[in-house]
Design a protein around this ligand. Structure first.
Ligand SMILES: Nc1ncnc2c1ncn2[C@@H]1O[C@H](COP(=O)(O)OP(=O)(O)O)[C@@H](O)[C@H]1O
Ligand SMILES: [Mg+2]
Length: 372
């Protein structure tokens, strides 16, 4: 295919390519009724002019938390004028000013000026408006752990939940969304007693639920006849073993792109195989980006080594190269194993597990391609 053909090509297998975007909101959203009802129950008092309940929304990645909250918020705004809902992505907004600017945008339809207006003025303007209009405010903090890192969570929660002290009559609530279950405990340390939440849990999807969701998404995204049930089953299988629902949706998109690049009207198993390969390298690239310099340095020794390494030789080489302790070596090695970059195989010999064999779990060439 020439470049002109590629650009002119209007015969696509995609009926709606946006259906595979990470922030696509599907019309058909099943299996989360219980959780969405619980959210509605928490908001309900505010619709009658009372105080809403606070929630912690818990569940691992790809269990539909973000989508469920957005759906409920949409319904609330359609149903009642009494409540303003505001969704905040904490990966994007972590400062008090940044977050209240987003709330300002939701309440007044535009952001406040970026300079010259102090936080307190913006805060006062929002709260006075809620007070005068007698409207409740629910703010969802998605991936709220990003606020812990910037140590702002406590202040921001306080600003919102204690607003009624300075602005009597204001009704405010918070939904805190968390993907890392271990952080549930960190939560109480980071946010003091003004925030008394009820927990709502999103369990991981089962095989048949994922299959159903992926089939449904394929119907929206592809023209009929493009993808077979067999391929969707393969993708479901891969998703269950290697990731979460987002992996599956991503694979649908990548597989479709590969089929299209091969001028095929149908998705074939070889397209899926290629898609899985390319996705593994995307995941690897992201994992590698997240490593600190010490972790990278240890991984480099493993990648560069032409012989089979044991934990013992590896620690010698590492402690020669870096000025760190044996404990740091051990911790770093554990981290690489946790990230599934390496495996360590116990051979039963030696002390302190020093005879463990170190096995790289990816192709070293990919490391050079991605890191150099
Ligand atoms: N029950 C469902 N039905 C259809 N699509 C879903 C469902 N649950 C999740 N998804 C899709 O899976 C992806 C991840 O969902 P998301 O709400 O971002 O999960 P989380 O916030 O828990 O990580 C999104 O593309 C979303 O549209
Ligand atoms: Mg999410």
């Amino acid at each position: 295919m020439g470049i002109e053909d590629i650009l002119m090509h209007d015969e696509s297998i995609f009926q709606n390519i946006n259906a595979f975007d990470p922030d696509f909101i599907p019309d058909n959203f099943n299996y989360r009724d219980t959780q969405m009802e619980a959210m509605a129950m928490a908001i309900r008092p505010a619709i009658g002019g009372g105080k809403p309940n606070n929630l912690v929304v818990l569940g691992s990645c790809g269990t539909g938390k973000t989508t469920a909250v957005k759906k409920v918020f949409e319904l609330v705004e359609k149903t009642s004028e009494k409540v303003i809902t505001c969704y905040i992505n904490c990966q994007l907004h972590t400062t008090r000013f940044g977050i209240f600017s987003q709330i300002h945008k939701k309440v007044f339809g535009h952001l406040p000026p970026e300079t010259g207006v102090p936080f307190s003025k913006i805060y006062e303007k929002i709260m006075k408006h809620l007070q005068k209009e007698e409207k409740g405010l629910i703010v969802a903090f998605d991936d709220v752990n990003y606020l812990f890192q910037s140590k702002n969570a406590n202040k921001i929660f306080y600003d919102l939940l204690r607003a009624y002290e300075e602005f009597p009559g204001t009704k405010t609530g918070i939904f805190a969304i968390l993907s890392d279950l271990e952080l549930r405990f960190a939560f109480d340390k980071n946010v003091n007693t003004v925030f008394i939440p009820q927990d709502i849990t999103f369990q991981p999807y089962s095989y048949s639920e994922i299959l159903d969701i992926l089939s449904d998404r394929s119907k929206v995204g592809f023209y009929s006849g493009v993808i077979s049930d067999d391929i969707i089953e393969e993708i479901t299988e891969y998703t269950i073993n290697n990731g979460d629902l987002r992996t599956g949706i991503d694979l649908l998109r990548i597989t479709g792109n590969i089929a299209e690049a091969n001028a095929s009207r149908e998705i074939k198993i070889e397209h899926l195989k290629e898609a899985i390969k390319s996705q593994t390298s995307v995941n690897l690239s992201e994992t590698l980006k997240s490593l600190n310099s010490i972790e990278k340095s240890l991984l480099e020794i493993i990648v560069d080594s032409s012989e089979i390494l044991t934990a013992g030789n590896l620690s010698d080489k590492f402690l020669e190269k870096e000025d760190v302790s044996y404990a740091t070596f051990n911790r770093t090695l554990e981290k690489l194993e946790f990230l599934r970059l390496i495996d360590t195989k116990f051979t039963g010999k030696g002390v302190r597990g020093n005879s463990r064999e170190i096995i790289l779990r990816f192709n070293p060439e990919d490391f050079f391609k991605l890191c150099k």
